[in-house]
Design a protein. Structure first.
Length: 350
């Protein structure tokens, strides 16, 4: 996640986050809770919607011991008196899916996920990318990422396995266009790419509430990255297309409930800020290439004004390549392998 320094005039109707083990009532039958994360982004938002005699839960948090203990506190606190009947997990990242298997086992809840996100979780839990380690290292080396940073990003596989519990054997697949009846109201499933393949979102037009997951958040933008298994992917294009579709459908005064940070109103302004942020990064990349051919690794210190630890340098690489691939598709850059085996970028107008 990257911080966007652009001044913002968003409206924050709930400026104080919920305390550990407590909930904030956003509307009748709609609760906001938080779970701590052992990361720089130190929390994930969890939402609960009254659903008849039970609770519909939005996201599960990480599957580590502190999160499971926090869930016990919530189940015996603000969620007490109603069973958890359904759990919708937005995407396969561990801070959202990690505790899903445990929570479903603890409560008997049905798991709902987009099929691609469910299968990605299964693939990563199974460690099925281990057999590509050599090729993945070559991918990073050819594009100028130093070995320690490559080690930092490739070494995340075991962390995923440690923080994501076994998923239920069966789940309910959801997709864009589905309508879920929750608490007697129709909630419309939407999906968006970029940060994840098909992140689930929910839109309730009567109450004007949009569960946006990590697709639209205040102050930060989700990591939009390219990974070794799909080197020519264009997740930034997918992300910007998703933002345009959200702006076209969701009114500006809707209450946005994000996966991290605070709920807010001012959706269209926030989308404009996100679009401007990524356009600025693309402009910086083009300017950096003025001096001549550059690898992706060469670009990182020109885009990030601070020293990055190895894992963060790996994420910065993924984000930089995402912007580069969009510029290649637009015809602004060419990515060629040179005589020394390194891939470098050239401006097409040079």
């Amino acid at each position: 996640m990257n911080t966007i320094a652009t001044p913002t005039l968003l409206d924050y109707p709930f400026p104080e986050p919920p305390a550990p083990g407590a909930a904030v009532t956003l509307a009748p039958g709609l609760l906001w809770m938080r779970l701590a994360l052992p990361l720089a982004l130190d929390h994930v938002n969890i939402y609960a919607i009254e659903d008849g005699d039970g609770w519909f839960i939005w996201d599960a948090g990480m599957g580590d011991s502190p999160s499971l203990e926090a869930w016990e506190t919530l189940l015996n606190g603000p969620l007490a008196g109603r069973p958890v009947t359904r759990l919708l997990v937005t995407h396969h990242h561990p801070d959202h899916v990690g505790a899903a298997g445990w929570l479903c086992g603890r409560t008997g809840a049905e798991l709902l996920m987009v099929k691609s996100e469910f299968l990605l979780s299964r693939v990563r839990i199974g460690g099925l990318f281990k057999d590509t380690d050599t090729a993945d290292r070559q991918f990073y080396r050819e594009r100028g990422l130093y070995d320690e940073a490559a080690d930092g990003i490739l070494g995340r596989g075991p962390i995923y396995i440690d923080t994501v519990g076994t998923l239920p054997a069966a789940y309910r697949s959801i997709k864009a266009g589905d309508v879920l009846t929750i608490g007697g109201r129709d909630w419309h499933v939407r999906t968006g790419g970029g940060h994840s393949d098909e992140m689930a979102m929910l839109w309730q037009p009567d109450q004007r509430v949009f569960l946006a997951a990590d697709q639209v958040m205040e102050k930060i933008t989700p990591n939009i990255g390219v990974w070794p298994h799909e080197p020519d992917a264009r997740p930034l294009d997918d992300f910007l297309t998703s933002l345009a579709a959200i702006r076209d459908e969701i009114p500006d005064d809707t209450l946005i409930l994000p996966g991290h940070k605070l709920p807010f109103r001012g959706l269209h302004q926030r989308i404009a800020e996100l679009e401007a942020h990524h356009a600025k990064i693309c402009a910086k990349i083009m300017k950096a290439c003025d001096a001549g051919p550059a690898s992706i690794g060469d670009l990182i210190p020109k885009l990030f004004n601070r020293e990055l630890p190895p894992h963060h340098a790996g994420l910065a690489f993924a984000e930089t390549l995402a912007h580069v691939n969009s510029l290649i598709e637009q015809g602004d850059l060419i990515h060629d392998t040179e005589a020394d085996g390194m891939m470098r970028l050239h401006r097409t107008d040079a």
